[in-house]
Design a protein around this ligand. Sequence first.
Ligand code: FPP
Length: 248
Amino acid sequence: MNDAPKLNQENIPIHVAVIMDGNGRWAKKRGNQRIFGHKNGVKAVKETVEVAGEIGIKYLTLYAFSTENWNRPKPEVDALMSLLVNSIENETDNLIKNNVKLITIGDRTQLPEQVNQKLTQIIQKTEHSTGLTLVLALNYSSRQELTKSIQHIVNQVLTGGISAQEISEETVSKFLYTAQIPDPDLLIRTSGEYRLSNFLLWQSAYSELYFTPVLWPDFRKQDFIDAIIDYQHRERRFGKTGEQLLKK
Ligand code: FPP
């Protein structure tokens, strides 16, 4: 981590979210099947989790499987699920050793039973960790998450729990998967695509966005640090003027 000293320790983002993109293209460039790219993406996941913990980030959210990903060819979906189970199994001890807590966001009821069982085990095994919280977005869709929140709120209104006027931004947030997680300060997307792809749409209202052409399997610790350094040069105004921020 030769660039670590360049980081301003006073301005480490609390929550970084990552859209890990480019596995398929990485494999294709090498004349291989898409799953070869996903397999090599696991190394990038490991490095990113390690470096995030090392520099003191509190939450790292990785977009591992979207609701739209079910539309991929079945062999690819199956291979991705196996990769998840195997990676989770292989990494459990490491996560515990590194004080990492694992949680998930997304609709886990649709995941294969075996994946769910392994997830439940590792979530329990790491629940007392106090370092980095690794948030895996699995079968996640931001629009679906918001739709569910609206359903909960309407139910509350219909049963007399709250009035329509009492619905606030906090009410909406309270019913999202991320209710206990602060909004991302920084959102990274790899592979040169400039989209949010139904990821944390509500939560990223004020996130700094960072796009890199690096394909996910090539993403290394230094790439993550470069993103943090870039973030540290941004002025986060939250709708205010630069002058107002200086007066703070
Ligand atoms: C996007 O690349 C990547 C995914 C849909 C899956 C990400 C999964 C992993 C990195 C492996 C396992 C994850 C964990 C957390 C252990 P793409 O296939 O859309 O690439 P393309 O845009 O080049 O086709």
